[in-house]
Design a protein around this ligand. Structure first.
Ligand SMILES: Nc1ncnc2c1ncn2[C@@H]1O[C@H](COP(=O)(O)OP(=O)(O)OP(=O)(O)O)[C@@H](O)[C@H]1O
Length: 630
C-alpha cells in the first residue's frame, strides 16, 4: 500500500495532548521532546492559540499570563509575532524572564550577592595563601579578582537599585551579571515559598522552548516549583536532547520525570527532503532510538560530503562546491550567494571571510565585550553601525534630507533646550552643518578612514555623544584624560584596562570593517554559526567543518571524523561513561545538517582527507558516490 497524504498527520494527536495539559482547572505538566523539524515550535504556537480561545478571557481578567521562555531574542520575537502580540503571552528569553521576576527585590538580592562574594573571597584568599609563587600568572589574576570582589563588597550597601541588561555586558558598579541573575532567580524560586506563590499567581503556566539548552539551575528550580505547586501550575518543556549544544543545559533531561507528566512524542520531520532525513537519522543512531519519517510528498533531496586539504584556498574551494551542488541538485540557486546559507563553526571564520577580522579580534578577546559584540548590542560599536553607517550611506547617495534627519535625531547639539538658548540660531545650525561636512570629508575620494579618525572628529565637534569606552581610548591616545568618564565603566580595574586596550586596537581598523560586520549581523548574511541557526531552516545549506579555524575546544570535528586521535581526557571520559567532545560535536553536526530543506553540502577541511573519507564511510552516513575529495 502506498503512502497517503494522511500519513503526514500521524503526530496531530500531540497537539491535542498538549492543549489538554494547558487547562488551568486541571493543570498537567509535559515534556515534548522530538527531533529536528518535527514541528515543536508549530505545536507550541498552536497549543497557545487554542488556549487563548478557551481560557484567554479569564486569564486577562485576572492579569495572569502564560510565560514562554525562548533561547534567543530572535525566537522570542518570532513567537510573539506568531501569537499576534496577545498580552496574555509573556514571551522572553530566560535572562529577561529571570530579571523580570527578581528586579524589585533589591534587599534580598543584596543579601544573596553579599553571601556569594564572601564565599568567593574565602575561596580565593585560601587559594592565594597556598600559592607557591605569588608572581605567577594565576596568582596575579587571582589577586586582581580579590581586589575587584572586595571593592564590590564594599560598594554593595550604597546600591539603591540593581541594574541589568539581559542582552549585553553588565559592567557598571550597580549591575548584576548574567550568572548572578540566573543564580539568584533559581535560588529564590527553589527556596522562597513567597516567591513560588507570586510566580504561580502571575504565571500559572510556564513553557520552555529549547529546554535541552536552558540553564540547568533554572530547569532544576522550575521542576521544584512544579512539584510544590502541581495543583495550580503546569510546566511544559519543548526540546530535543540531540540538539543540546551548550554546556549550560541539563544532560539527560527527561530521564527521570515525575510519573504524572505527559510525554508526547513525534515521528515526522516536516522540514527536509528524504535523503537529508536519512542522514540525520543515521547521525542520531547510536545516541537514541528516535528515527524520523519524511512527509510523503517530499523529494529525494541531495547530500554530499566534500573533503579538502587545509592548505587549499578556501574561498575557491567553497565556490567549486557551490558549482558542483548546482549541477548535482539541478538547482541554479546554488550559484547565487544570497540563496545559500553557509554554516561556519565560529565567528572568526566569518570575520575572515567577510573582512572584519581586525575589528572583531581585539573586541572578541575582551571577555566583557564578547557577548554584546556577537549579538550586536555593543554600544560603543553601535555608534558606528547605527549612526555613522547610515550617515555615510546617505552621503553616498547625496541624500541631504536623510543626512539632516540622522544628525537631528542623534546629535546632542540638536537638544531642544540648547537650541532655544542659542542667540543666533541660524549661525548655530550652520556650525553644525560644518561639523557634519568635516566628518563626511573623511570619506572623500573613496577614502576608508580609520575608526580612530572618526572618533577624533566626533570628539572635537561634539556632533554625537561618545560612549565612555571610546572617550577613554581616544583620550589615552592624545594623552589627555581630563574629561573622560571612567566612572562609566565599573571599578574592576582589570576589566577596564582590558576594555580600553581592546578599543585602542579596534579603533585602528578602517570603517569598511564596520560595514562588513554589520552585514554579518544582518539576517541577510550568508554566514551563520552551526550554533546560531538552531531553530532555523534554509533550502540550501553548506556546512563548513574546520577545527583549525574554529579555535574552540568544546567541539572537534577532527576527532568525530577520526583524523585526530582521542586525548587522554577523552579516553578517561569514555571509560567512565561520561560525555566527550565527540558526543558534543556529533550533536552539533546533527543541528547543522538538519537545517537543510532540499540540499546539503558538507565541506570538511582536514590534514588527512583519505582518513576522513574512510571514517565517513565506516559511520554509514554517506555512500561512496556521495563523498568527493576536492
Ligand atoms: N504539522 C505540520 N504540517 C506541515 N508543516 C509543518 C507541520 N509542523 C511543522 N511544519 C513545518 O516544518 C518546519 C519545521 O517546523 P518547526 O520549526 O516547528 O520544527 P522544530 O521541531 O521546532 O524544529 P527544530 O528542532 O529543528 O528547530 C517548519 O517549516 C514548519 O512550518
Amino acid at each position: 500500500m502506498g503512502a497517503s497524504l494522511k500519513d503526514n498527520n500521524i503526530d496531530d494527536s500531540v497537539d491535542i495532548q498538549i492543549s489538554e495539559c494547558l487547562n488551568p482547572h486541571n493543570p498537567k505538566s509535559f515534556f515534548l521532546f522530538a527531533g529536528a523539524g518535527s514541528g515543536k515550535t508549530k505545536s507550541l504556537v498552536q497549543a497557545l492559540m487554542r488556549f487563548k480561545d478557551s481560557f484567554g478571557y479569564g486569564f486577562a481578567l485576572k492579569s495572569q499570563k502564560i510565560a514562554i521562555i525562548t533561547y534567543t531574542n530572535t525566537a522570542a520575537d518570532e513567537i510573539t509575532q506568531r501569537l499576534k502580540f496577545d498580552p496574555i503571552f509573556n514571551v522572553s528569553t530566560i535572562h529577561s524572564f529571570a530579571w523580570e521576576l527578581i528586579k524589585s527585590l533589591t534587599s534580598d538580592i543584596k543579601i544573596y550577592v553579599e553571601g556569594q562574594l564572601k564565599e568567593d573571597l574565602e575561596e580565593l584568599n585560601d587559594a592565594q595563601t597556598k600559592s607557591k609563587d605569588l608572581n605567577n600568572k594565576t596568582s596575579i589574576q587571582r589577586a586582581k579578582k580579590i581586589v575587584s570582589k572586595e571593592r564590590r563588597l564594599k560598594n554593595l550597601p550604597e546600591i539603591t537599585q540593581f541594574t541589568y541588561n539581559p542582552n549585553g555586558d553588565n559592567i557598571k558598579k550597580d549591575s548584576l551579571n548574567h550568572t548572578e541573575v540566573i543564580g539568584i532567580t533559581a535560588h529564590f524560586m527553589e527556596n522562597e515559598p513567597l516567591m513560588q506563590d507570586i510566580i504561580v499567581a502571575r504565571f500559572p503556566i510556564i513553557l520552555v522552548d529549547e529546554s535541552q539548552d536552558t540553564k540547568k539551575e533554572l530547569i532544576k528550580a522550575l521542576f521544584s516549583l512544579q512539584n510544590n505547586k502541581k495543583a495550580v501550575f503546569s510546566l511544559g518543556l519543548f526540546g530535543d536532547t540531540m540538539q543540546r549544544i551548550y554546556a549550560d543545559g541539563q544532560p539527560n533531561l527527561g530521564l527521570s520525570l515525575p510519573k504524572d507528566w505527559l510525554l508526547p512524542s513525534k515521528q515526522m520531520n516536516h522540514r527536509s527532503d528524504k535523503r537529508i532525513i536519512k542522514l540525520i537519522n543515521d547521525i542520531r543512531k547510536g545516541v537514541d532510538k528516535q528515527e524520523q519519517l519524511p512527509r510523503v510528498e517530499k523529494a529525494d533531496g541531495v547530500v554530499k560530503l566534500f573533503i579538502s586539504s587545509r592548505d587549499k584556498d578556501k574561498t575557491s574551494a567553497e565556490e567549486l562546491v557551490a558549482e558542483k551542488m548546482s549541477v548535482l541538485s539541478k538547482d541554479k540557486n546554488w550559484l547565487n550567494a544570497d540563496e545559500v546559507k553557509i554554516l561556519i563553526l565560529e565567528h572568526h571564520m566569518a570575520a575572515k571571510r567577510m573582512g572584519f577580522l581586525d575589528l572583531f579580534q581585539p573586541l572578541y578577546n575582551a571577555d566583557k565585550l564578547k557577548t554584546s559584540l556577537l549579538d550586536g548590542s555593543l554600544s560603543a560599536l553601535n555608534i558606528f553601525r547605527k549612526i555613522i553607517l547610515p550617515l555615510v550611506d546617505a552621503n553616498n547617495t547625496n541624500d541631504k534630507f536623510a543626512i539632516a534627519r540622522i544628525v537631528k535625531l542623534n546629535s546632542p547639539l540638536f537638544d531642544k533646550k540648547r537650541i532655544e538658548s542659542t542667540k543666533n540660531q541660524l549661525e548655530y545650525i550652520s556650525t553644525i552643518n560644518n561639523h557634519v561636512e568635516k566628518l563626511l570629508k573623511l570619506w572623500e575620494d573613496e577614502a576608508d578612514p580609520l575608526l580612530m579618525n572618526i572618533v577624533e572628529v566626533i570628539k572635537e565637534t561634539n556632533l554625537f555623544s561618545l560612549p565612555g569606552d571610546l572617550k577613554i581610548s581616544v583620550s589615552k591616545e592624545s594623552e589627555d584624560r581630563d574629561d573622560t568618564d571612567e566612572e562609566e565603566i565599573d571599578d574592576n580595574s582589570q576589566s577596564s584596562v582590558e576594555i580600553i586596550e581592546a578599543w585602542e586596537a579596534a579603533l585602528q581598523t578602517p570603517f569598511s570593517q564596520v560595514f562588513n560586520y554589520n552585514e554579518y549581523l544582518s539576517e541577510k548574511s550568508r554566514f551563520a554559526t552551526h550554533q546560531g541557526v538552531k531553530g532555523l531552516e534554509f533550502p540550501r545549506v553548506m556546512v563548513i567543518i574546520d577545527d583549525e579555524e574554529a579555535k574552540g575546544f568544546m567541539f572537534s570535528y577532527d576527532k568525530l571524523f577520526g583524523s585526530k586521535g582521542f586525548s587522554a581526557t577523552d579516553i578517561k571520559n569514555l571509560q567512565e561513561g561520561k560525555e566527550t567532545g565527540i558526543d558534543r560535536t556529533r550533536r552539533l553536526f546533527y543541528v547543522a545538517c538538519s537545517r537543510a530543506e532540499k540540499s546539503l553540502a558538507i565541506v570538511a577541511y582536514t590534514n588527512h582527507p583519505e582518513t576522513v573519507k574512510a571514517n565517513a564511510l565506516a559511520y554509514g552516513w554517506f555512500e561512496e558516490s556521495e563523498i568527493e575529495i576536492i
